[in-house]
Design a protein around this ligand. Structure first.
Ligand code: AMP
Length: 222
């Protein structure tokens, strides 16, 4: 299966993509994670992306498209993948379509997580990420057992620079202007499924699994 997760920052794309990837045995491809890793390592891609990310702006299409194409070409993605945070612009959506078409493939489903902006800001402002394993917690909704330490690996937890309020507002604006129009793009291709992204992680997961049952392999050529 080849799935795209759409939704504003803080909608739960990363969390749900990870759960779904485990369930389906296919990789989660998160452009945000790949870019943050590149920034951490100081690679050329990371150096190019850093300034945009810090300001809450989108990284140029060419760079992100290249990164995704390279990742999709790895053997573990041959049977499918879940794209989390990509595409975010028309140009990226078209580039994705072209790369898949060149391999005789297409998307199986686009899952849009619906969450209102107020909820998103609340979710993001309390978000804590493990420096070591990337696990996510929330100061109020999913607090770690020990203050500022990861339950899974004991790594230290931190707040992403771009999770600060002013940057979150800019990211939301970018979402409204650049990414939300992709809903129509995919609705016109009969690929879009809108899922209520509010409530507990498990509840949202069940809604997504139910939506996937309706697929029946119809949109999923080998
Ligand atoms: P995320 O973790 O998905 O919220 O992404 C964090 C940041 O990485 C975004 O605010 C952008 O600066 C950059 N980024 C991630 N994915 C993309 C993308 N598909 N296109 C452009 N920039 C991206």
């Amino acid at each position: 299966m080849r799935i795209v997760m759409l939704g504003p920052p803080g909608a739960g794309k990363g969390t749900q993509a990870r759960l779904l990837a485990q369930r389906l045995g296919i990789p989660q491809i998160s452009t945000g994670d790949i870019l943050r890793e590149a920034v951490r390592k100081g690679t050329p891609a990371g150096l190019e992306a850093r300034g945009y990310m810090q300001r809450g702006l989108l990284v140029p299409d060419e760079l992100v498209v290249r990164i995704v194409n390279e990742r999709m070409a790895e053997p573990d993605a041959a049977k499918g993948f879940i794209l989390d945070g990509f595409p975010r612009t028309y140009a990226q959506a078209r580039a994705l379509e072209e790369s898949l078409a060149a391999k005789g493939q297409r998307l199986s489903m686009v899952i849009a997580l619906d969450v209102d902006e107020e909820t998103v800001v609340k979710r993001i402002s309390g978000r804590l990420v493990c420096r070591q394993c990337g696990a996510m917690f929330h100061a109020l909704y999913d607090p770690p057992r020990n203050d500022n330490l990861c339950d899974k690996c004991n790594g230290s937890l931190y707040q992403r620079d771009d999770d600060k309020e002013e940057t979150v507002r800019r990211r939301l604006q970018q979402y409204r202007e650049e990414t939300r129009p992709l809903m129509d793009f995919y609705a016109n291709k009969a690929l879009l499924v809108r899922i209520d992204g509010t409530g507990a992680v498990e509840e949202v997961k069940e809604r997504i699994l139910k939506a996937l049952e309706t697929l029946d392999g119809q949109n999923d050529p080998a």
